[in-house]
Design a protein around this ligand. Structure first.
Ligand SMILES: [Zn+2]
Length: 318
């Protein structure tokens, strides 16, 4: 019999795969590697199995939080723009390898469960988690229950429309989605639109990109804003205004008591990301404003959700 605390969590991201082992008390050991995107759909589960073996534990159950879109019933990652291949099998290969229960869920849905059981959402029945990362996503606890949707992909807040006539086209192909403005991958596109008619001469941004705004990255914009470059500050403020609209849409639809925020863009720039949301949200709200804060779980929110999922699968009590 394995030690009863060998619950294993997996976080499948486009950039990194992370695994952890833990218990009610939290994460005990964790490990991260760059995602294997070179060896086809089978390479990903193979890498996960090797990483779990590397933790030196005997899993009793495995909970996976993953980039989507997912087919949670089949246990596969569907057609994601993050991989050059389709339909990555996750659950079956891990069940074959370890012979224990395995379940996969959308990474943001896992993160909100992590927040609910381990983080700032403990004891709250209505909670929302937003990731501001390479992409933009969310997870919800509604009336005490995780919201999953028919395929496990609710709520895809990054693909809420903020302007149907926008010239910004989202990675999903639709026009004017929130993610087309405010995700780490898309902030530079939005910035190029915002900066088109501004005189950038003498500013830091133009210097950083050596005169070519095609080279602009989100990191450059935040770095320049930290140094009070007027153009970068302007972009960050406009991103914040659009985020305020997105957060207000969440509050009006879900009426949460708390929204926690994670994801690399927010974790690296908490003040610049959260400040404008808090400042701009009121004018779009009908529901009472909830508390909005950075997740105390940092980059581990999805792993905590995976851990909670594994414990539930194994019939463990929390
Ligand atoms: Zn979209």
């Amino acid at each position: 019999m394995a030690k009863n605390c060998d619950y294993v969590a997996v976080d499948i991201g486009a950039t990194n795969i992370r695994v952890a082992v833990g218990s009610q008390e939290g994460i005990r050991v964790k490990h991260s590697e760059a995602t294997d995107r070179l060896n086809g759909p089978e390479g990903v589960p193979r890498q996960i199995a090797r990483m779990i073996r590397g933790l030196g534990v005997e899993p009793v159950a495995i909970g996976v939080g993953s980039i989507g879109p997912l087919d949670t019933r089949k246990g596969v990652i569907g057609e994601t723009p993050n991989f050059s291949f389709k339909h990555v099998p996750v659950v079956s290969p891990l069940v074959d390898e370890f012979g224990v229960p395995v379940r996969i869920m959308n990474d943001c849905n896992a993160a909100v469960i992590g927040e609910h059981l381990y983080g700032a959402g403990r004891g709250l029945d209505n909670l929302f988690y937003v990731t501001l990362s390479t992409g933009l996503g969310g997870g919800a606890i509604v009336d005490g229950n995780p919201l999953n949707g028919k395929d496990g992909n609710a709520p895809e807040i990054g693909h809420l429309t903020v302007d149907p006539d926008s010239e910004l086209v989202c990675g999903c192909g639709c026009r004017g989605h929130w993610e087309a403005y405010c995700s780490g991958a898309n902030i530079p596109n939005y910035a190029r639109v915002l900066l088109r008619n501004r005189d950038l001469e003498g500013g830091l941004l133009l210097k950083m990109v050596e005169g070519d705004l095609g080279k602009l990255t989100s990191e450059m914009i935040f770095d320049a804003a930290r140094k009070s470059d007027r153009d970068a500050v302007f972009v960050v403020e406009e991103v914040g205004k659009t985020n305020a609209v997105g957060f207000a849409n969440i509050v009006n639809a879900f009426d949460p008591e708390l929204i926690t925020v994670g994801g690399s863009v927010a974790l690296n720039n908490p003040v610049m990301m959260i400040g404008p949301i808090k400042k701009g949200i009121d004018r779009h709200l009908i529901n009472r404003k909830p508390e909005i804060m950075m997740t105390p779980l940092g980059a581990d929110a999805v792993l905590y959700g995976g851990l909670a999922l594994a414990m539930k699968l194994a019939g463990g009590t929390f």
